[in-house]
Design a binder for this molecule. Structure first.
Ligand code: GLA
Length: 402
């Protein structure tokens, strides 16, 4: 009797420990790199090793990027006919996934993979449906740290149940694995996914367009501003350990320097996961400087984990405020128009009241010092009105501290 009781106690304790490990992950938005935006299924061991090396040598690791995630296309077209296991494509990954994970870990980084809740992935490789526990065990045995789980070929299954099953499978496999839901916001995952995963896509796929939509007939890709427009109504659902994910970064993938800066700033203001999607082995100085700006990243990684609120939206000029720890704030003045705009902002006439964080910014009662986070320069304080010219598609990002 005692033996049975201790067995169940042990089981209960280990379940609790695993779930604590799962819940303690991604307390700030995950940072890393994913292969999809630049390489689609043209991925290989050599690419991953090159990216791991450059994350370290370029200062990206030092700035906080840690997950290297292989997206769609890493498997063979069929599972192992005997065991049912997924197989890493031996042409692309001749030494297998465990060896690759070991390499990534040897650089002090973490390793992630992709699969899909349906019968096949979006690019037609074997999906996980019906193999959830088996696949989770395989990932754990390869020392995988992150799983992106897509939504193609799901043929009417229930999203909440499908993602809960994979979440349980990962917890049961016993390795702390960040679980990234990718069902494009179709079933409003922000309403139910916080106990299931650590981040959930809120939109369809991003593109390297500043604004507008790329129409492919059966599916669409959205520009940066288009995505920004759908985020401020769901800010209350995100927080430490569970993030809205407006998709991976397109910084360095063909936008102008101002647009790269704006895209990155807004992802930081929105407490979005910062998953770079460029070929970092070839990135230019300006892309590197944007992706590694530690002062802007600190806004994203702030421990409170509260997304920015849209405070004003007037004639293509928007103002976003993000409450930060230590009674600080970040503000982003965003010029979406095709012309430079003059910004006149008298702090003394403004009160920012955030009902979500229950924080108020009132420069009449508190004077804040201002710092320009892109120029890395102090700018005086909130006693004086702010006058600035903001270039087309550009931003001014300030930190306010007492
Ligand atoms: C979907 C996802 C993308 C990417 C591809 C891979 O479109 O939304 O992010 O993972 O599938 O096929």
């Amino acid at each position: 009797m005692m033996k049975i009781l201790s067995f169940f106690l042990l089981l209960l304790l280990s379940c609790k420990l695993y779930s604590q490990k799962f819940n303690g992950l991604a307390l700030t938005p995950p940072m890393g790199w994913n292969s999809w935006n630049t390489f689609q299924t043209n991925i290989s061991e050599e690419l991953v090793k090159g990216i791991a090396d450059v994350i370290v040598s370029s200062g990206m690791k030092g700035a906080g990027y840690s997950y290297i995630v292989l997206d769609d296309g890493w498997m063979t077209m069929e599972r192992d006919p005997k065991t049912g296991d997924l197989i890493a494509d031996p042409k692309k990954f001749p030494h297998g996934m465990k060896a690759l994970a070991d390499y990534v870990h040897s650089k002090g980084l973490k390793f992630g993979l992709y699969n899909c809740a349906g019968t096949k992935t979006c690019a037609g490789y074997p999906g996980t449906r019906g193999y959830e526990y088996q696949d989770a065990r395989l990932y754990a045995s390869w020392d995988v740290d992150y799983l992106k789980f897509d939504w193609c070929n799901t043929e009417g299954i229930n999203a909440k149940e499908a993602y809960a099953t994979m979440s349980k499978a990962l917890k049961t496999a016993g390795r702390p694995i960040v679980f990234s839901l990718c069902e494009w916001g179709t079933n409003q995952p922000w309403r139910w996914a916080a106990p299931v995963g650590h981040l959930w896509r809120t939109t369809g796929d991003i593109s390297n367009l500043f604004d507008g939509v790329l129409d492919h007939g059966t599916w669409q890709q959205q520009g940066i501003m288009r995505i920004v427009d759908s985020q401020d109504t769901i800010r209350q659902y995100a927080g430490p350990g569970h993030w809205n994910d407006p998709d991976m970064l397109e910084v360095g993938n063909g936008l102008t320097v101002a647009e790269n800066r704006t895209h990155f700033s807004m992802w930081c203001m929105l407490a979005a996961p910062l998953i770079a999607g460029n070929d970092m082995r070839k990135m230019d100085e300006s892309t590197k400087n944007i992706l590694t700006n530690k002062e802007v990243i600190a806004v994203n990684q702030d421990a409170l984990g509260i997304e920015a609120l849209k405070y004003r939206d007037n004639d293509s000029l928007q103002i976003w405020f993000k409450p930060l720890s230590n009674d600080e704030w970040a503000v982003c003045f965003l010029n979406r128009s095709s012309k430079a705009k003059q910004m006149d902002f008298n702090w003394q006439n403004e009160t920012v009241n955030d009902t979500l964080s229950k924080r108020e910014l009132n420069a009449r009662t508190t004077t804040y010092k201002l710092r320009d986070l892109w120029l890395k320069k102090d700018l005086g304080d909130t006693k004086k009105p702010l006058k600035a010219t903001i270039a087309s598609h550009d931003v001014l990002v300030l930190k306010l501290s007492k």
